[in-house]
Design a protein around this ligand. Sequence first.
Ligand code: NAP
Length: 252
Amino acid sequence: MKPVLDGTVALVTGASSGIGAATAAALAGHGAAVALAARRTGRLEEVAASIREQGGTALVLESDITDEQQAAGAVERTVSELGRLDTLINNAGVMLLGPAASAPLAEWQRMVDLNVLGLLFCAHAAVPHLLRAAADGPRRVADMVNISSVAGRTARNGSGVYNLTKHGVGAFSESLRQELATRYVRVSLVEPGATATELASHNRPEVLDAIRSQFGQRMEAEDIADAISYIVTRPRHVAVNEMLIRPTEQER
Ligand SMILES: NC(=O)c1ccc[n+]([C@@H]2O[C@H](COP(=O)([O-])OP(=O)(O)OC[C@H]3O[C@@H](n4cnc5c(N)ncnc54)[C@H](OP(=O)(O)O)[C@@H]3O)[C@@H](O)[C@H]2O)c1
């Protein structure tokens, strides 16, 4: 039997590490040709090499998606080099925590630039291609999966701007879902809890010290990739709108 995503093409942003790298591998395992976007090409090449070793197709796209042209360029190169776009995984994100009162404004800007604007740039460029894939693609359905967080549901002391960006991702996703639903572009929201990736490591050392004590049980990136794979492999008449996934021991 053919793998379910055979003949389709997926673009994964933030594919150089963590959830994005695991998702790219998982989608390739389901038969999709995968375009990998991020800034660190060396890391993307490693992910691509491992996909190719398993018999998959992978395209490396060096892109800083906070730049509108590079975001649109990643989408356009996916289509020009792999032939189409059926699945966009809007995964790239950054989480910079700490008290708002003393926060460097540059950190807030980085989060808004990537988590909100970067995602919007990719979504905007991808929608026409996703509509085309849904109209005449091999599965007659297309997917945009936007990665939010538990932080997109509940705001906490010390993570206000990250909360803001992820709540925004949730609002945009629900609106776009309603807009595209009858044209068979499914827009899904995935809200992971604590997952063992590089995400927290970008915080200032004093913030890292403060949040380290909160680290409890964590999921693996592959656990989230598995959830994303479930969403995009559903039959055409089933749309998983939202998935909130925590490590079992995570209370809030
Ligand atoms: N880990 C968790 O506990 C957790 C929980 C909830 C939600 N999430 C969300 O999951 C998503 C993935 O994060 P992760 O946990 O896998 O963290 P990660 O390992 O730090 O991955 C982040 C990815 O984003 C990419 N990226 C950063 N800046 C970029 C830019 N300007 N342009 C393009 N790509 C960029 C990074 O690649 P380069 O540096 O190579 O560009 C990297 O591939 C994020 O949206 C995050 O908010 C994570």
